[in-house]
Ligand binder design. Structure first.
Ligand SMILES: Cc1cc2nc3c(=O)[nH]c(=O)nc-3n(C[C@H](O)[C@H](O)[C@H](O)COP(=O)(O)O)c2cc1C
Length: 423
């Protein structure tokens, strides 16, 4: 039998702790977001449908992206216990410079379309967080604008290369002059991927007013207000013209590139050179032999070739092939700081995240990017503590393995998972 009594007012007082009142509804919502998935839900409400889909979507049936996310989810960590993890160092040297976290913010084109604060917001957050940010050739902010907004931070420049070298030459010189220390040459884009959501939504770059977008404006007035009351949304590094993303991309990409172009860039750039979009051991070796300092294993977040290799599954064999010849970076599908920890444990020098920060940007501009990075940072730190590891440099393959995703009996990693089961 439970005996009941009347509570005293002094006992009730500590239970009644109202949440601090904040008039900034966006700040309140961002503060309540506890995962990148939560930010994605907010982003979906804040951004017009076509903009959200452009960011969230991938090519064809979106299998590349789905598989990548499944494989991250299939990671099995192996914790060690009774280690003092009261202090954790999440720092990592990436391409010769110390980063406060083992990840960088990936290049994403036309970032001001997601939110008018765009690349400047991303650069500012990255600088404060002490992590690198790569500006895209298809960016909607100038190289110099990013250098200014992210003063004190580390910047990389993502390059698309054309047979006509003059534009690339000028961009590379400007990036160098603005203090960018690394070039990231993207090579998985001989032509544009078929992003069906964009076609379905009738997305054009820059967004145009049609009956559909006009009606959408009623549901996302803030976004449209920002669009028409701030600097016009344009590509700032190249004259790409307008049209559907597919048309723009095919005007920008050059299907005739070869390994000679990597060698040309190597001769014309004295900084660090990363090749982005490498998807096989053979190509990793080829680009490193042509002068690359690092390879970024990536399938462009699933936005180019569908049913492409899952980048994290390539890390182990590529690291084995390259040894100390080059650093290995990885991206595609990362939604959790634990994914970043797994990437490093499996041999990557660092990871890159794209959509994770763009969801934050769409959800709340700079404050949203800040929240995204904070969520990832906390997840990295907590995962390390729960693994019993105090330094990123101490993460080893013993700490994480890839399991075959449920329901994919033929998954290539099944063999590896079986092989690793004895540890
Ligand atoms: C909206 C969007 C735009 C992108 N634009 C570029 C780009 O201009 N250049 C590039 O090399 N990669 C671009 N990417 C690919 C990213 O750099 C990165 O490889 C990818 O986002 C990683 O996957 P994740 O988004 O799942 O993290 C873009 C990705 C997204 C989502």
């Amino acid at each position: 039998m439970v005996r009941r009594r009347m509570p005293r007012p002094s006992e009730l007082a500590p239970l009644l702790r109202p949440a601090p009142l904040t008039l900034d509804r966006t700040a309140a919502k961002l503060a309540r977001a506890t995962s990148i998935g939560d930010l994605r839900v907010l982003a979906r409400k804040r951004a017009p449908r076509a903009v959200f889909d452009y960011t969230d979507g991938a090519a064809e049936d979106e299998v590349s992206l789905r598989r990548a996310r499944e494989v991250w989810a299939s990671v099995e960590f192996a914790p060690t216990v009774l280690r003092d993890v009261s202090r954790v160092d999440t720092g990592r040297t990436i391409l010769g410079h110390r980063s406060a976290l083992p990840f960088a913010l990936a290049p994403t084109g036309f970032t001001r379309m997601m939110h008018t604060e765009g690349e400047r917001a991303v650069a500012a957050v990255a600088a404060r967080a002490g992590i690198p940010y790569a500006l895209s050739t298809m960016g909607s902010t100038t190289i110099e604008g990013v250098a200014e907004a992210g003063r004190g931070g580390r910047h990389w420049f993502q390059l698309y290369l054309w047979r006509d070298r003059s534009v690339a030459h000028e961009l590379v010189s400007r990036a160098g002059a603005a203090g960018f220390d690394t070039l990231v040459l993207t090579v998985d884009t001989p032509v544009g991927g078929n992003r069906r959501r964009d076609t379905r939504n009738g997305l054009s770059i820059p967004p145009a007013l049609s009956l559909r977008t006009f009606l959408d404006g009623a549901r996302h007035p803030r976004w449209w207000f920002d669009l028409v009351t701030t600097d016009p949304l344009t590509f700032e590094s190249l004259a790409a013209g307008g049209g559907t993303p597919f048309e723009v991309i095919n005007r920008v990409f050059d299907p005739a590139l070869t390994l000679d172009d990597v060698a040309w860039l190597r001769e014309n750039w004295s900084g660090t050179l990363v090749i982005k979009g490498v998807q096989s051991v053979t190509d990793a070796r080829r680009v490193v032999d042509a002068g690359a300092d690092a390879v970024l294993l990536s399938n462009h977040g699933g936005r180019q070739l569908d049913r492409a290799p899952v980048p994290i599954e390539l890390v182990e064999p590529v690291v084995q092939e390259l040894g100390d010849d080059a650093e290995v970076l990885v991206d595609t599908g990362i939604m959790h700081g634990g994914d970043v920890v797994a990437a490093v444990a499996l041999g990557a020098r660092a990871a890159l995240v794209g959509r994770a920060y763009l969801y934050g940007l769409m959800a709340g501009g700079e404050a949203g990017v800040q929240r995204a990075v904070e969520i990832l940072r906390a997840e990295v730190e907590r995962t390390m503590q729960l693994l019993g590891v105090t330094r990123v440099d101490d993460l080893r393959p013993e700490h994480a393995r890839l399991r075959s995703p449920i329901g994919s009996a033929t998954h290539s990693n099944g063999r590896r998972a079986a092989g690793a089961s004895g540890r």
